[in-house]
Design a protein around this ligand. Structure first.
Ligand code: PLP
Length: 394
């Protein structure tokens, strides 16, 4: 068949650039050979730059992002520890579920889906309950397209004199939007390879602060595969406690090179621009985002509410079958109500226009009263203006 490409607009896995795909097609090499650290040591250092983590460490585990959630908890906490969490989408829900299953005593604030981390509620809980050992925050809730203010969470903790550890899920934010592990006082920052890092799933990446490393020496929860101590001992000289996924590491090298060549501030600006064009398009179609206000807008994923009489699963089905476009489905509480456009990773303006064009056709075919072309036109106008403004600023 020579009928062009399929279009991937799910919020991860994202498109893998050709140069990264080719870089992963490598002969296997000896991961205990003397030359292996030449690959790994610079990766460890460069990942610290991605996390903006100067004084801590970044660990790579052969798992999906969920593994780093578990690594973060099991290395630094004890069964029965009191922790503060919030739930406002499928991924924050799953982290709460994991924390409970691992035996933590979870104080969970339930928030309306479409809003994010409830900083004021957190501050109240911290004031009332000095036994809280850890505070959890989902930086970007991928199910609802909601980004939260992590610096504000840290400020609330500081205002209450809390010495709890701050855990942040940055799976769909890190390497796409600004993330400052050290400046925001994040002790454990989680991501995965298949989103902003433009790789297949299979690496979970955990930024750990010096304070969290110290905590791991005392923490009593059982762990083995994910034990920081084994990682620290072997990573020091560029090795792993077990067999690392060498092709993913080779791909990571090139993906990081791409990000640094573009420049992280430029990567973040591009994600903002692409997202803003999608948002303008959604508005022009007369639709609303799941995110309940600009302070929650995500620059990596937009969850779009469909009209009440339309099933968003049908929009996704039509997009996939008729227009070869994959949109993210509505998950759990918002199943049938939203579909998602992932706009992160290896992506540009015209790709986003194609996402909007395909979404318009899929919506119209599913019975929604949208004006074909209105979303695309609004995004085109925005992209033209934003790109010419960027050129004149150079
Ligand atoms: N956290 C967030 C915000 C996510 O979007 C995802 C996956 O999409 C996860 C955690 C789980 O990551 P994984 O599927 O790589 O285990």
């Amino acid at each position: 068949m020579s009928n062009g490409i399929s279009h991937l607009f799910i919020p991860g896995p994202t498109n893998v650039p050709d140069v990264v795909r080719r870089a992963m097609n490598v002969p296997m090499r000896d991961h205990r050979a003397p030359d292996f650290p030449e690959l790994t040591l610079p990766l460890f250092e460069d990942l610290k730059e991605i996390f903006a983590n100067e004084t801590g460490q970044v660990f790579l585990f052969a798992s999906s992002g969920t593994g780093a959630w578990e690594a973060a908890i099991s290395n630094t906490l004890n069964r029965g520890d009191r922790v503060l969490m919030s739930r406002f989408g499928q991924f924050s829900h799953l982290w709460v579920d994991m924390a409970e299953r691992l035996g933590l005593d979870v104080a969970c604030v339930d928030v309306e889906w479409g809003k994010g981390v409830p900083v004021e509620d957190y501050e109240r809980h911290l004031a009332e309950d000095p036994s809280i050992r850890a505070v959890f925050a989902t930086h970007n809730e991928t199910a609802t397209g909601v980004t939260s203010d992590i610096a504000a969470v840290r400020r609330a903790m500081d205002a209450q004199g809390s010495d709890a550890l701050l855990f942040v899920d940055g799976v769909s934010s890190i390497a796409s939007v600004d993330f400052q592990q050290e400046a925001w006082g994040v002790d454990l920052a989680v991501t995965g390879s298949q989103k902003g890092l433009m790789l297949p799933a299979g690496l979970s990446i955990l930024g750990v602060s010096a304070k969290a490393l110290e905590a791991s020496a005392r923490a009593g929860m059982e762990r083995c595969y994910f034990d920081f101590a084994d990682m620290v001992a072997t990573n020091k000289s560029g090795y792993f406690p077990y067999t690392p996924p060498v092709p993913l590491l080779a791909g990571l090298r090139v993906a990081l090179d791409l990000l640094f060549a573009e420049g992280l501030p430029q990567v973040f600006a591009r994600h903002h621009r692409l997202a803003e064009g999608i948002r303008r398009g959604v508005e022009a179609l007369g639709l609303k985002l799941c995110a309940m206000g600009p302070q929650w807008y995500s620059d990596t994923v937009s969850a779009i509410r469909v009209p009440d009489d339309i099933d968003s699963a049908e929009v996704c089905r039509i997009g996939f079958q008729r227009y070869r476009t994959s949109f993210g489905a509505g998950l759990s509480k918002v199943a049938g109500k939203v579909f998602r456009i992932g706009h992160l990773g290896d992506l540009n303006e015209v790709m986003c226009l194609s996402a909007l064009a395909s979404a318009e056709m899929s919506l119209a075919d599913a019975g929604a009263k949208v004006e074909l072309g209105a979303g695309v036109a609004a995004a085109q106008a925005y992209y033209r203006a934003a790109l010419s403004e960027r050129e004149s600023a150079v």
